[in-house]
Design a protein around this ligand. Structure first.
Ligand code: SF4
Length: 423
């Protein structure tokens, strides 16, 4: 029985990082109580969006959710418990800033049922952390991990950013090495993006921050993939690596069609039929007391077959397993599959996409060669566990054929995936 997900947005940060364009505000301390009330009210009002399903994951993200006190988090979890049923093995994640994690706070998180903590570390270089206006130091990361483990929370994830201004390949390798030496089971890594409107964007415009070249970024990403694999981490999604069975269940749900409800300004929801999102306006949200529907703060998009097909490609191809062509055909039909394979052909030819006979564990180096007019691959360059008995997906029934990004394709995945969309 599939389970649903609940996302709760906490739009408060104690300071603004110079690269960030997420919806959050630094002036939230006096508003936290009212905000907690509004979140709880919105949860009760929108409980039926999920059709009464059991929650398999709860994710409290931001912003910086660890700016909430243990009491405020307690009220949120109390409301969750009285509004839905939570599966016994639910993944319950809190995003946290390392310097918020004291021993008492870690114990309170454990007592609330939080069993996974995801920390924004970004780099272990203290000078760079200051440049980015992060408020923690590298030393505080280890302390936070000690406190969380001491409290009994051992499912830990950290985020890193690569391509920082002036960062060398060696410095990045040091960051990855330090991350992998920590007792964490999950690692997310993102290329630095110069988002318009951020302080970092302005620094680049003024010539005070140099963007990493594509070549350096690619080298950094390849180093990351190699080091993570060496440490036993599975590269299961473009930006995510995990030890066995420690994949982020909530985030994986976004890529595999899980139904979820998003609570708070800017939060998105999806129930298989519609997608909804709340207006990113904290003042309006507080004024409405969380009744986003009555205040006209919800936008709804009904998913047409074309949108669903595009979303399927966008989300599934981000994962190492890739797109299950049999499932795609069941949902969108044979004609859609034929058109997709024709569009995929040039990428299969140049080794950025691959057709596999089974869902791969990790992004692979293999390359199929094209032998027939329809663009169907027939053999592979020695990819372990993949495809010696490859058959045309259209000749098979049931499971079996998967369209996946290769390691070579990951870095240009956005362009590849969008070119697979119907005209
Ligand atoms: S803590 Fe996170 S959400 Fe807040 S400003 Fe920094 S990057 Fe953005």
């Amino acid at each position: 029985m599939p389970t649903d997900g609940l996302y709760i947005h906490v739009p408060f940060c104690k300071s603004r990082c110079i690269y960030c364009d997420f919806y959050s505000t630094t002036c939230g301390a006096d508003k936290r109580q009212a905000y907690t009330d509004a979140l709880c009210h919105e949860m009760r009002l929108r409980r039926d969006f999920l059709d009464g399903g059991t929650l398999g994951s709860v994710y409290i993200g931001g912003g910086t959710p660890s700016t909430l006190s243990a009491d405020e988090l307690g009220r949120i979890f109390q409301t969750i418990a009285t509004t839905w049923s939570l599966s016994a093995d639910a993944e319950v994640t809190l995003e946290a800033n390392p310097d918020d994690i004291t021993p008492d706070y870690a114990k309170a998180l454990k007592a609330l049922g939080i069993n996974r903590v995801s920390m924004g570390v970004q780099t272990f270089n203290d000078g760079m952390l200051r440049f980015l206006h992060r408020r923690h130091s590298a030393g505080q990361v280890q302390e936070a991990i000690d406190h969380l483990q001491g409290a009994g929370i051992d499912n830990l994830s950290i985020d890193l950013i690569y391509g920082l201004p002036g960062q060398t390949l060696e410095q990045w390798q040091q960051d990855v090495g330090k991350a992998l030496a920590l007792p964490v089971s999950h690692l997310s890594a993102y290329a630095l993006i110069y988002e318009e409107g951020t302080a970092l964007y302005r620094l680049r415009e003024q010539g005070k921050a140099a963007e990493a070249s594509d070549e350096l970024s690619l080298q950094m990403f390849e180093a990351l993939m190699d080091m993570a694999a060496e440490a036993g981490f599975r590269h299961y999604e473009i930006s995510n690596f995990a030890l066995p069975h420690r994949e982020a269940r909530h985030n994986s749900g976004y890529w595999t069609g899980m139904h979820y409800l998003g609570i708070g300004p800017a939060a998105h929801s999806y129930n298989g039929t519609v997608r909804q999102w709340n207006t990113p306006d904290l003042s309006a949200y507080l004024k409405a007391g969380g009744d986003t529907a009555a205040a006209g703060l919800i936008t709804t998009e009904t998913l047409t077959p074309k949108i669903r097909q595009e979303e399927t490609l966008l989300t599934r191809l981000r994962t190492a397993e890739g797109l299950d062509l049999a499932a795609f055909t069941r949902e969108f039909g044979q004609q859609a599959l034929d058109a997709l394979l024709a569009r995929a052909k040039p990428y299969i030819n140049n080794g950025t996409l691959v057709l596999c006979d089974a869902a791969p564990e990790s992004f692979i180096n293999g390359q199929w060669s094209i032998v027939n007019a329809e663009g169907i691959a027939s053999n592979s360059s020695a990819v372990s566990g993949v495809g010696a008995d490859f058959k045309d997906p259209r000749e098979r029934s049931g499971n079996g054929q998967w369209l996946c990004l290769t390691r070579k394709g990951i870095f240009i995945s956005d362009g590849i995936i969008s070119s697979l969309f119907e005209d």
